[in-house]
Design a protein around this ligand. Structure first.
Ligand SMILES: *Cc1c(COP(=O)(O)O)cnc(C)c1O
Length: 227
């Protein structure tokens, strides 16, 4: 299967999930997660029409990006260390993994120095797993208020989560519901607009779409197994 054929099949599944849940399919966009795959595969995905490219590692993306004709934004979806923040800002248009005030402050400083406003998602550790990155749900409001009041060069685009993995997507559904609910609660706060939801991966994206995902992050279902 080519990436274009995989993408067409995925779009069909997204459309079906939207029909089931009464959503508009144009509200769901795809971040093609190209980690471990070569620049040629990234270029193929972009040519096929994905809305964004997602990479986990700043260094890997920085090496690949100049080799790809980039007409879509690149999203950082992996953890970000302060010492990589500058390179991350130069490599990506969106950072989905802001999970603590210190990294928000570092990005704010860099964005201010460049005179740009930079879109970010807050990563939420929705199930409170000890092994996972992300702000605990109970601390999400404080982090959001920190960004909204102290980081004028960051644009709060939404919330992102990587829920506990399960072979049964129905087991993951409550976590998607929880993120959607949290976004709804936070969106009504002063100065915060509508927050988008980045949730759903190859094994559970249809359920995520049913529960309101605006961005699904898809690797294997588009590119095949990782090398
Ligand atoms: C790798 C990765 C994905 C894509 O995973 P697949 O299961 O291959 O679709 C999505 N989000 C994050 C944060 C990832 O690290």
């Amino acid at each position: 299967m080519t990436i274009a054929a995989n993408l067409a099949a995925v779009r069909e599944r997204i459309h079906a999930a939207c029909r089931r849940s009464g959503r508009d399919a144009t509200a769901v966009r795809i971040v093609a997660v190209s980690k471990t795959h070569p620049p040629e595969a990234v270029a193929e995905a972009i040519a096929a029409g994905v809305e964004a490219i997602g990479e986990n590692r700043v260094q890997e993306a920085a090496g690949k990006r100049p080799l790809v004709p980039s007409t879509v934004p690149w999203h950082l979806i992996g953890p970000l260390q302060s010492n990589k923040a500058r390179l991350a800002l130069e490599t990506f248009e969106v950072i989905e993994t802001v999970d603590r005030p210190s990294i928000a402050d570092r990005l704010e400083q860099l964005a201010a120095a460049r005179g740009v406003r930079y879109p970010v998602f807050l990563e939420v550790n929705i199930a409170g797993e000890v092994s996972k990155h992300g702000v605990p749900p109970a601390a999400a409001r404080a982090l959001l208020e920190h960004v909204a009041t102290r980081c004028p060069h960051l644009v709060l685009q939404g919330l992102m989560t990587v829920p506990p993995w399960s072979p049964d997507p129905e087991q993951v559904r409550p976590h998607f519901v929880a993120l959607a609910k949290l976004a709804e609660q936070l969106s009504i706060l002063e100065g915060v607009g509508q927050l988008e939801l980045s949730m759903g991966m190859s094994d559970d994206f249809e359920v995520a779409v049913e529960e309101g995902a605006h961005w699904v992050r898809l690797g294997r279902v588009l590119f095949g197994q990782r090398r």
